[in-house]
Design a protein around this ligand. Sequence first.
Ligand code: 13P
Length: 250
Amino acid sequence: MRHTIVAGNWKMHKNAAETQQFVNDLIENMPNGKEVEVIIAPPFTNLLIATQTLEHTNIGVAAQNMHQAEGGAFTGEISADMLKSVGVNTVILGHSERRQYFKETNALLANKVDTALRHNMRVIFCVGEELNDRKNKQHLNVVYYQLKDSLFHLPKSAWNNIVLAYEPVWAIGTGETATPEQAQEMHQYIREQIAIQYDKEVAENTSILYGGSVKPENSKEIFSKPDVDGGLIGGAALKVEDFVNIINNG
Ligand code: 13P
């Protein structure tokens, strides 16, 4: 069901001790009575610390990536089963840094999505255009093919386990944020494409998060847009105070 989610993507930040400190502080400072689902996505090595410490809370834990194979000779990789065995049921797939630095393609990501869903995991699937795409007015088109090539083969029922995150690459870690209007335009477009491919019900039930330089100061306005259902936060999710302030704006 569509609802507001605030998720923190830690990327390659925080060691074990720092993770423990963060989750302790987050538990202590979690706002009461907010109807916002809160998720943190620490690096693999800290997932177990997070799931164990957060077990009896309503704060969720996601992984930042996952391999598409069930297992085997893939040095350095992590499988869906491994994630589930440490209590992780959500995985971020298709982040632009995975696409850019690790050459993950739409076709590969379709495979990863299939594997995650086969394991009953929920996927936070990232899409987003690069600056040149936007300059050339190709942003809608680029995002359309990311959706089509990685997700539109799924049956309707699978969409219960799909959350989308629109992250314009030019706004990630740059301090530059899409205007609330630019975010709304893309989110509305994405929802329309889901409605065309499936139906209105699937489109209305899918949470679409915005990511890219979200901060306490700009989160309220971005989250207030009708098709924006919260955020996927990078840098500002690393400080409990900022993260909690963003949750409060959800
Ligand atoms: P920043 O919030 O640091 O721009 O990162 C966004 C992001 O990539 C979240 O996945």
